[in-house]
Design a protein around this ligand. Structure first.
Ligand code: NAP
Length: 436
């Protein structure tokens, strides 16, 4: 009998596990489930809508999904439609590639106020993720503060200040682009608790901030050291030198009629979100970097704004029956092995780091472990799983149904844009029902 494997989560790490299993040429049967009808996880719901070339990686995932060994089951949620114990009883191996869907907490007073929206939610909203369809962020603010100096912070800042013309080829849902364009946002502050050398954004993303049509990137030259000091590998030093060079370039750029500004605000850490129920501003403390860590100087300043977006990393809520490592915020694992027949890969294994391709070796490692631990299949997998879903009236979306959703999105696209996304599961299910 084939080795039956179920992969929970259809983002990059899930697809790389499947791809590696197929490449192994072992006798495997692979089912990929996802709680959304749509596949591709953060590629659809996380990668910025104006970075369509990055999203093209889904073409490779599509080839994997169409492989004869693979079936896709969208709209099936672990913990709601099926339990981990049931998957373990049905499949020889279960691979958890569920990513990190939530937001890390800032840990400062006031962060629960109306108007603080973590980047996982905000990025989900502008990417048309059904969970955030009704997020309705308050964009009635001339100033917006984005906390963090990673690529997500840059994505958020950029999407808020790009012109409609710059977004023509993006797949921003219509209600989102309408809301952003109607907003009075003029100044976006990107706040880093450390300095430009320690910033985590990569150079391509940083350089893009210097080429925006209607927004000027503003950097205080006093924040830029003459050279990169500290204990970095040669590669890391080069990357940081490149970032410094780009930031230096920003200091001499002229406004040229650009109406908006993105302020790179280094050496400042949030200490309190201000306001009653609703956010009216944020209090920051100036910092210095000592031994690589941000240390408050006791000097404070406020930025008045109605929207604060912490882009400080992602988090995973513990799942029922799944061992959790509180210290790392990941699924507890021994280099990917969680329990007999249970594996983890991607962010849920190692935390929210790295680019899309970083998940590839992770997927390969999980596939190798499965084939090492389970020489031949004993559990029936797919047939039993479908029987279980039918007995519960779970309406799953197979890959062919997803392709119909995809085609309808492409057909509905405004000129220049690749697609107009369906932003609710209900709309997707209705489309499929109408087609029948
Ligand atoms: P990230 O790269 O880890 O950046 C998180 C930022 O938040 C850092 O600047 C960090 O500062 C700061 N931070 C963390 N906790 C904080 C706190 N309590 N107060 C203030 N600041 C805090 O995370 P990310 O931007 O969410 O990105 C996640 C991963 O996805 C990264 O590997 C990223 O490169 C990748 N990604 C890539 C792209 C792309 O390639 N275009 C796009 C988006 C995301 P410290 O450094 O001081 O901790």
């Amino acid at each position: 009998m084939s080795i039956s494997i179920v992969i929970v989560g259809s983002g990059p790490s899930g697809f790389y596990v499947a791809e590696a299993l197929i490449k192994s040429e072992a006798d495997v049967s692979i089912d990929i489930i996802d709680r959304l009808p749509t596949p591709y996880g953060l590629i659809r719901g996380g990668v910025a809508p104006d970075h369509q070339s990055t999203k093209r990686v889904t073409r490779a995932y599509e080839r994997t999904a169409l492989n004869e060994k693979v079936r896709y089951y969208g709209n099936v949620e672990l913990g709601k439609d099926v339990s981990l114990d049931e998957l373990r009883a049905t499949y020889d191996a279960v691979v958890l590639t569920i990513g990190m869907p939530g937001d890390s907490k800032l840990g400062v007073p006031g962060e629960d106020k109306d108007g603080v929206i973590g980047s996982a939610a905000f990025v989900g909203w502008y990417n048309g993720h059904p969970d955030f369809r009704n997020l309705d962020p308050n964009l009635e603010s001339e100033k917006v503060v984005v906390i963090g100096n990673g690529n997500v912070a840059i994505d958020v800042a950029r999407v808020l200040v790009k012109t409609p013309a710059e977004m023509t080829e993006a797949d921003l849902p219509r209600h989102v682009s309408d809301a952003i364009q109607a907003s009075p946002i003029n100044d976006v502050y990107m706040v880093g608790r450390r300095g430009p050398v320690e910033a985590k954004f990569t150079n391509v993303e940083l350089r893009e901030m210097g080429n925006l049509k209607n927004a000027l990137a503003i950097v205080d030259p006093a924040d830029l050291p003459d050279e990169v000091t500290g204990d970095w590998s040669d590669r890391d030093r080069r990357l940081r030198e490149r970032n410094l060079e780009s930031l230096r370039g920003f200091t001499s750029a002229s406004r040229d009629g650009k109406q908006k500004s993105v302020h790179f605000t280094f050496y400042a850490q949030p200490v309190e979100v201000l306001g009653d129920e609703k956010v009216t501003g944020i209090r920051l403390e100036k910092t210095e970097v000592i031994d690589g860590r941000a240390k408050g100087t006791g000097e404070f300043f406020d930025i008045a704004c109605r929207l604060v977006i912490p882009a400080i990393g992602y988090a995973l809520e513990p799942l029922q029956d799944v061992p959790f490592d509180e210290s790392t915020g990941t699924i507890r694992n021994d280099d990917g092995r969680v329990d007999d027949g249970v594996y983890v890969a991607g962010w849920a294994k190692r935390g929210p780091t790295g680019v899309i391709g970083t998940n590839k070796p992770d997927g390969k490692a999980a596939a190798e472990q499965i084939l090492e631990d389970i020489p031949s299949g004993v559990k029936s997998g797919r047939g039993e799983f479908e029987t279980l879903l039918k007995s519960r009236d779970v309406r799953w979306i197979d890959f062919e149904a997803w392709q119909r959703i995809d085609a309808a999105e492409v057909a509905n696209a405004p000129p220049g844009s690749p697609r107009e996304k369906f932003v609710t599961t209900e709309d997707m299910l209705n489309l499929l029902a109408d087609a029948k």
